[in-house]
Design a protein around this ligand. Sequence first.
Ligand code: G3P
Length: 225
Amino acid sequence: MKLKTPIIIINFKAYKESTAKKALILAQKIESAAKKHKANVAIAVQPTDLLLISSHVKIPVLAQHLDIQGQGAATGKVTIEAVKAAGAVGTLINHSEYHVPSSHVGEVVRLCKKHKMTSVVCAPNSAQAAKLAGYKPDFIAVEPPELIGGSVSVTTANPKIISDTVSKVYKTARLNILCGAGVNTTQDVQTSLQLGTKGVLLASGVVKSKDPFKEMEELIKGLKS
Ligand code: G3P
């Protein structure tokens, strides 16, 4: 499945606010904001919540990581066949909080193409983004690790990493680029798009918000302006 752009992808990570029943309630709030404003939104959830959430919402649901073992005698592994059967339409890979070798990234991108699923490859900086762009994923998301989970957005603290990523990746292929880390305002989303991305990847701004629906409306305004 191809994700429409511009897009906001919310990474649920493993927060208590985004686990099990709370994850479902959060996903439904995100979906109602997306439906109200006809915005492109997707969520990346824990493997244990994939089937529950994909059975109750229509917005695209992604896995947060994939292992590259095939189905069979592979204990504790997250296979593409399993996440696809659980309703995922794609996956993040190489997130700063779950870094994998570039060969693993390449194999996940290949598997996603084979299974007609979306690959969102994460990179900590523009150089890594340019290198991983060589695998031609559907999305490259640049997220400076030092800003992840903080209150200062990458669009404020380090807009150059975004423009550098766009220019370096475009030398390889015109891929969809996202940026993330500390994103939480309309302005953050607007600036991200102005710098050449096709959207944002975020977590705490929505997952930890007292009012996730309202926060989603704040972010979606940035997609529309
Ligand atoms: O995958 C997105 C995430 O790493 C960004 O985290 O909390 O800064 O939006 P946050």
